[in-house]
Design a protein around this ligand. Structure first.
Ligand SMILES: [Fe+2]
Ligand SMILES: [Fe+2]
Length: 257
């Protein structure tokens, strides 16, 4: 638990995109700076959520590099699969739950919060989906604890950025609609937290608030005229503070190393 009574603090790092080898050096330095920033927090977070795209090209070496960079964090890590990840690679590197070949979906307790991690990845593609029983899994988990403050985490956010090329890689429209219909009946969902879009953006799904995280490395330029233009703009991460009146989320900038 954090040092403040009746509170829970969850840090969310996203989209570090670390590669094995020299091409991953800048991303690795950026992730190290993010880890250092988390370690400076007082009180310390109860857990850290990694909201996907931990690596660029999934492989044992790249995941080992990320694992080593995250090793200084003493609190539990909860990983989310992104479109650049391999769910089984995440299981192998981080001991994430579930059977090989299955979507990386699981439930975790973080202090007062219930964390439901969804897998929106589509093998061999970069857009997102919640088909194949994944949305039904979320529905059943939400139904099972209607009164517990809950955070739902998924890589692809159910919101548009305005950068057309990025929005083509969003959750498919049918699943966005279905997710909104599901969430509308679950006010215990205090936040849907996501990565993928490499910027902090706020929206809603079924009247539940959606928040996306900046990347620990490269950010989506707002003036990218429909293109995906990622630039070394100031990085950051999210802090979610659960307290007796609800959940407060903030963006914490990171000083580059
Ligand atoms: Fe990403
Ligand atoms: Fe992504």
């Amino acid at each position: 638990m954090t040092g403040v009574p009746d509170t829970t603090l969850l840090a969310q790092l996203s989209d570090p995109h670390v590669d094995a080898g020299p091409s991953g050096d800048a991303a690795a330095r950026a992730l190290a700076a993010a880890v250092a920033a988390v370690l400076e927090l007082d009180p310390a977070p109860d857990a850290v959520l990694l909201s996907g795209d931990l690596v660029n090209d999934p492989g044992e070496e790249a995941y080992a590099r990320v694992r080593d960079l995250l090793a200084p964090l003493p609190m539990p890590l909860h990983v989310v699969a992104g479109n650049h990840d391999d769910p089984d690679g995440l299981r192998a590197a981080f001991g994430a739950p579930g059977q090989a070949g299955e979507p990386l979906q699981y439930e975790a307790r973080v202090g007062k919060l219930r964390l439901l991690v969804c897998d929106t990845t589509v093998g061999g593609a970069h857009h997102g989906a919640l088909d194949g029983g994944r949305l039904e899994w979320l529905a059943a988990r939400l139904q099972a604890a209607r009164d517990t403050p809950t955070v739902v985490a998924m890589h692809h956010p159910p919101l548009m950025t305005g950068a057309a090329a990025m929005d083509e890689l969003a959750l498919v429209p049918a699943d966005r609609t279905a997710l909104g219909e599901l969430l509308a009946g679950h006010p215990q969902v205090l936040r849907v937290v996501c990565g993928h879009v490499h910027c902090a953006a706020v929206g809603s799904a079924g009247n539940r608030p959606v928040l996306t995280a900046p990347s620990t490395h490269l950010q989506l330029r707002a003036n990218s005229r429909g293109r995906i233009e990622l630039a070394p703009d100031p990085p950051g991460f999210l802090l979610h503070l659960a307290h007796p009146d609800g959940l407060t989320s903030r963006v914490q900038p990171i000083l580059r190393a």
